[in-house]
Design a protein around this ligand. Sequence first.
Ligand code: SF4
Length: 704
Amino acid sequence: MLKKVQSVCNYCALDCNLDFYVDTESGRIVKTVPVKDYPVNKGFCCIKGLSLSKQQTTVKPDSLPKIRQEDGSFRTVSWEDGFAHVAGKIQELQTKYGRESVAGISTGQLTLEEFALYGHVMRNFLHTNVDGNTRLCMATAAVAHKQSFGFDAPGYTLKDLELSDTIVFIGANPVVSHPILWGRVRENRIPGHKVIVLDPRRSETARNADYWYGLKWRSDLLLLYTVAHQLMERDWVDHAFVDAHTEGFEAFRDFLEPYTLARGAEGTGLTETQILELTELIHTGKKVSFWWTMGVNQGYEAVRTAQAVINLALMTGNIGKPGTGANSITGQCNAMASRVFSNTTMLLGGGEFADPVRRRRLSRVLGVPEDMLAEKPTLPYDRIIEGIRKGEIKGLWILCTNPRHSWTNNETFAEAVKKLELFVVQDIYDTIESAEDCTVFFPVVPGLKKEGTYINLERRLSAMRPVLSKGENERSDYEVILGVGRALGMGDALKGWETPRDCFDLLRECSRGMPEEFTGVTWEALENSQGRQWPWPEGKEAELAEPERRLYGDGVFFTPSGRAKFIFEEVRPNPMPQTEEFPFVFNTGRGTVGQWHTQSRTKEVRFVEDVSLKKPYLYMNSQVAARYNIHYMDRIRVFSINGQNAVFHVKITDDVQPGELYAPLHYIECNRLTPSSYDPYSREPNYKGAVVRFEKCEEGEDCV
Ligand code: SF4
C-alpha cells in the first residue's frame, strides 16, 4: 500500500511542496511528485527536490553521538550521555571564562521551531552569542528592509513575476539558483514584457533575458544612482506616491546631483546610451519589478546597494502593486524564519532587545522572567570567529552548517577551531569538512524524518511533516537541542517547548501584534495546504483567502511614520581594487542547478555527480586564455590577495569579462580565496570581492 505525505523541500527558499509516496510495507519512498495546486511550484520542482528521497539511503540510520578521546579517537555514547557531556562542558567553560566564552552558529536550513528553541537555550538561558549562516546570504537584505521599510518584510509574492511587464534582475541568476522562480517568469503572459539583467557576467539568466547590462565589477551602486539621477532629471517620478508614502526624497534628489551620466558611464563601463536605455525601460514599464540576490548582498557596500534598488522602486511608485516591488530573493529554505525567530538580531518574533513592552510580552508568553531574555543582539559571525581566534570563545556548537567550507577566507575558520575546548558539530553527515576537528558529533535525521514549519521567500509558511519514521536511536535537531537544554537544568524554562507543535503555538503568540503575525495559522491548517503567507492574524481568515498576497498595497510601511525611507550614501572606493600584482577579479556563485552550497547533500545525488565536475574549476575569458596559452581544462594556480592559493581547472568562455574569473562556490578551494571583508552595516562577507593573479600549471607538474 502507498501512503502519501505532503512536505516541503528544504534546500532553497522557494520551499516547493512535494508529495512523497511511501510503500507502507518497506517503509521506503517510491515516488516523489511536486504538488500541483501548491501556489509556489504548481506541479514542478528541480532536481534537488526530486532527489530528496536519496537521503533515505545515504544518511546513516540509527547513529549515536560521538565524543573525541584524548588520543583523538571517538567514543560512541548514548544520547543522554552526549547531552550531559555537552551541557557539563558548556557550564564548565562559562564558569571558568565567562558567559560569552561559548557561542553557536546555526543555519537557514533548520525548522522555525528549531531556530526558536536554539535561540531560547543559547541566547535566553545561556546568554551566549549565536549567529546563523543566514549572515552569509541574507543579512544585507534584512538590514536594508529594516532601515527602509521599518521591518524585515519583503513585500512581494511570486505571482508578481507573472504580472510584471518589466522584470529587472540585479546580481541574480535564478535560472541556476532559483529555477522554480525562473519558471514563474516563463509563465508571464503580459504582451511585450521585458526581462532585464544587470550582472558583470553574462549569466544563464542574462543569456535568456531581453536586455543584459554587463557592467564593470562592483559598479552596481554607481549605476543605480546614475539611473535614479536620470529619472529625476526627466521628472520620471511618481510624485503622488512619493509625497504620500515616503520620506527623505528631497535629500535624495540633492544627493544625486553629482551622479551624472558621464560619471556613470565611465565608472560602470556601460555607454551613456545603454544607461539611458535602461532608464527609459524603467520609466516606460507600467509594472516594474526589481529582484536582487547575492550579487548585491555579498559586497562591501551591499546594504546601500540594496537600498538603491529600493529607492528606484519607491521613486517610480513601483511597490505594493501587482507586478512591482523591490524584491530580495532569499537563499536558503528557511532564512525568513531565521531572520525573525532565531532570537539573534531581534527578539523572538521581532522587536528590539531593549524594548520594555516587547520584553514584558515575551516574558509572559514564554513564562520566564524578563531578565532571562537575551539583552542585546548577537555578535555577528565574523566576530564569533575572531573571538575564537583570540582565545576569548572556547566553546562552539554548530548546527547543520559547514563553515570550514562556506565561511569566507575559510582557512581562518580551520585555524580558529583548533583552539576550541568544545566544538560540537550537529549534522546529518559526519563526513562534512567542519566535522574534522569537532570534539563532539551529534548525528541528526534529515528533513524526511522531521516535523516543523518553513517560511519561504514570499513569507509563506508551510508544513514539513515526517515522511519516514525515525529509528530507535534517531533524533531530530529539535530533540537534540531540547536534550541539551534539559541537561543544562533549564527546568520550567522549557515548559511549553516539549514538541515542535507546542513550540509553534508559543511562536504564534510571540508573533501577535507584530508585522509577521500568524496567530490565525494552526498546525493542522498548514498540513496538506497551500501554505499561509504572513501576516495571517486570527479572525481575518475571510479577508486572507487570496492564495498569493503582497504587502504595502495601502502604501503604509512599518516605520514610525508609516513611510518608506530613501536611504543613500556616497559610493565608496573599492577596498580591494585590481592592482598590477592582482589584476583579476575572483567572482563566485552557483555552479549548476543540481549543486547545493557545500554539496554535503547534493554530491550524493547520482545525476548531479554525473553532470558536475568533481574538481574545482573556474571560467576564464577566451582572450585571457589565449594570452596565457591556456586551453580547456588546463590547471592554473590562483593566488589571492588574502595570501592563500588554490588550483582550479579552467573552462573558457566569453560570458565572463577579460578582467574576471568566475568560480562556482561548491568546492572548498573557492572560499579559501575569498577575503575577510564585510559590509559595515550587515557584516555580510564581501564574497565577491577578492582580487587574484594566476600561474599556469605546466603539464606533468605536481600542481594540486
Ligand atoms: S531546491 Fe528550491 S526550486 Fe528546487 S525543488 Fe527545492 S525548493 Fe524547489
